[in-house]
Design a protein. Structure first.
Length: 345
């Protein structure tokens, strides 16, 4: 299926793997790219040294276009993006920060840059900065979607900008892809759907949670990682949303993630404090620590923070990434045909 999105990135189908921390890892990235979509690696939990090997690993698994996602709010993000630029990653996707420098550097070698936005103001800014495309994320999304629903936000931003739009938040199949195209988008990005696939390395018990969840089993709060975000409504998320966090717990979590990110403790604290208050910094440290357990939650899934979209309520299987991409496209083509017959004269 060809759209402006496929033309821009040189891919077969207008479907992107959302950059998900601890989920969008090389195997899933390559599986989506090999299926004709756009695989997107999430670099939140990596050090700049690891990035070089990861990019090599992705290139060994696929010869198709892929991207590197950087969440600019995080301590290693700028350094990780610099490695991706040095390695001439075909596509970069940034979120939660200003990416003008990154766009300029990627354009110098012909790389393309996608900016993830959830407000009109950020969409306008990203287009002015020279972004090649936008991921526009609505309220239904796992983690940090916008305040308006996708149904409102996507046509709103599509009418404002000239660059291609990739709709995110609430998409899991061909009905969603057809709807996104109707709303003015040029393709879709899916998170929850690709987390629940055979190639996804999240623990089986987490996949079980995703399969069982109804559309009402998620909650949104700005008290979980410090930004408004949607998570599975379990004990850990409810408690975090209700109360203040203990600074002792925050320091313990920051100490723990310091090892994962290989960042000096003081740098972690300073980078958080520069942008946010102590409570938000504490929440961020705790949430990364809890998120890290997605691949090994032990026997207590209730202690994990699981970003989960409302669309989990519509997902009942664990297919391969290739099946997701192909079935989404063929269903969308079918829906578009059926729609033409739905309108009576
Ligand atoms: C387990 C998981 C982890 C995620 N981690 C991140 C992240 O680190 N950075 C980010 O920008 N979005 C993250 N997201 C959000 C996705 O990138 C995407 O915006 C969202 O999943 C789209 O909504 P959907 O789940 O309805 O498809 C995550 C989503 C999930 C399910």
């Amino acid at each position: 299926m060809k759209t402006r999105m496929t033309e821009l990135f040189g891919i077969k189908h207008p479907i992107m793997l959302a950059g998900m921390a601890f989920v969008s890892l090389p195997e899933v990235v390559a599986a989506v790219s090999n299926a004709g979509g756009l695989g997107m690696f999430n670099s939140v939990a990596n050090t700049p040294d690891q990035m070089r090997d990861i990019i090599k690993q992705i290139k060994s698994l696929t010869d198709k276009p892929f991207g590197i996602n950087v969440t600019l709010l995080f301590p290693n993000a700028k350094e990780n993006a610099e490695v991706a630029l040095e390695e001439k990653a075909p596509i970069l996707n940034y979120a939660l920060g200003k990416g003008d420098w990154l766009i300029k550097a990627a354009h110098e070698y012909g790389g393309k840059v996608i900016s993830t936005v959830a407000t009109e103001r950020h969409a306008h800014r990203a287009e002015l900065d020279g972004a090649d495309a936008l991921v526009v994320t609505g309220l239904e999304a796992a983690a940090h979607g916008g305040e308006p629903t996708s149904l409102v936000l996507i046509p709103l931003i599509a009418s404002m900008v000239d660059i291609p739009i990739i709709a995110a938040g609430g998409f899991c199949d061909g009905k969603g892809l057809a709807a996104a195209l109707a709303l003015g988008a040029d393709g879709i990005s899916m998170g929850t759907r690709f987390m629940l696939t055979q190639e996804s390395v999240v623990h089986e018990s987490i996949k079980e949670v995703g399969l069982r969840a109804t559309a009402e089993d998620t909650m949104r709060s700005d008290k979980i990682d410090g930004l408004p975000g949607r998570f599975w409504m379990n004990k850990a998320a409810i408690e975090m949303a209700q109360g203040k966090v203990s600074i002792a717990k925050a320091i313990a979590s920051a100490w723990q993630i310091r090892k994962t990110l290989d960042v000096p403790f003081y740098k972690l604290l300073l980078s958080g404090l520069r942008q946010r208050g102590v409570q938000d910094l504490a929440r961020q440290a705790i949430s990364v620590d809890f998120l890290e357990r997605l691949n090994d939650p032990g026997d207590d899934v209730n202690s994990v923070f699981l970003p989960l979209g409302q669309v989990a309520g519509r997902i009942n299987d664990i297919p391969s990434c290739q099946d997701v991409v192909e079935e989404t496209v063929s269903e969308a083509e079918q829906v578009i045909k059926v729609m033409q017959g739905k309108v009576t004269a």
